[in-house]
Write a protein that binds this ligand. Sequence first.
Ligand code: SF4
Length: 441
Amino acid sequence: MSSYKGFQFKTYDFSKKIDTTVDLIDLIDELVGGDIKSRPEQVQWIFDPLLQAIEELKFCQANPDKVVYRHFTFAPEMIYAMDCVSFVPEALTFILPTEYLCALVDEGRDLGMPDHWCGFLGGVLAPLMYKRLPQPKAILHCNQPCDNSVAQGTVLAETFPDTEMFILDNPYTDDEEAVQFCADQLREGFSYMERMTGNKLDLDRFREVMKNSARAYELIYEINELKKVSPCPIPTSAILRVTSVAFYALTGTERLVKWLEKHLADAKERVAKGIGGFREEKLRVVWTMSWPVFDYSVYDWMEEEHGAIAVAYHSAEPFYQPPPDLDYSTASYDELLRLLALRNNNHSMGRQGRGSLNTFVNDNIKWCQEFKADGAIFAGHWQCQANWSSAQITKEKLADQGIPMLMMMVDQLDPRVVSSDQMASRLDPFLEMLTDRKMAR
Ligand code: SF4
């Protein structure tokens, strides 16, 4: 393992016995944080959201009174507004080095974790149940985007029987009634947070957090608009994990706004110079479902071999419009709750994982059209059953628009399920076919 037609992908050493009882936060800080800090200054800024997230994990260790467990599609603004810090167990599996993740998945399976549970959740099962992670003051959970993550709520409830949970019932539809349904629950959520943490909500702090959040969404919207330019000015694979961390974990912070301003300025400069990422753009592709996290050289291979630049990734980036202008210095509690409801209902992955599957299908069609995709890749994480159920219809609808879609199975985190070279062997003929089609046109 693991090369394809002479291209060497990332390799792993699964022969060593991994000690899964180490402090995972210290491990991430040392290995991932240490690696970022050792990079040259001119590229280090790209990884700042990852560093910010790691700093928050360290803060959780040092400040147990402020730790609030948060489901990964529950918008973090409520926690920042209450001057607490969120702890998302699945963030650990997303960031952890692959060998550790795989050892933790195996430990979870030994505990009886069923096969239909993905590594994101299963990788933290043992650390949760053996109480190796920070203890929560409060727990915010929700009912999107899949049955597996709903079931994770049971694990949390059984692991922390003395900590009452708040569970947001994300609505099925997107009309105003649904938004208000969510806003009313969030009002209860703030009362819950006050009760559990002993902190009082400061309306000005809530306004500030929501203003930062709105600015972050405005900036990512502008950045995504620039990604429509050809060549795509953003070396997306390099910035993918970082953007994902930013919008799953850090919206509402000023530091994220500053990073996005720099990101936008960099993208604008590239557009002005007419340059793209690292390699020449020959094809534009959209990943319409999962994207492999364990080995980013898959994207390098696609770019090197086929000039295939990934311009959008489902479940990684938010694509909806920023909210309308609002004077945040005077915004009422009700107005802020409504905006926070919109955040929750439109959260990356949550939006396409609740309600009608048409949202998943239509969002993918919209992205492929707007980003002028030559082709789409449905790399379905094998346990995401809801999304698999809409794969074929997405493929057919995209075909109607003249956009071919490849369907293949992956495990986003675990190369033992489908390795990089196996992925390349599926992608290769598909990308060749896209090239031939483009040449013929
Ligand atoms: S949507 Fe898929 S990857 Fe995400 S938690 Fe559910 S099963 Fe796991």
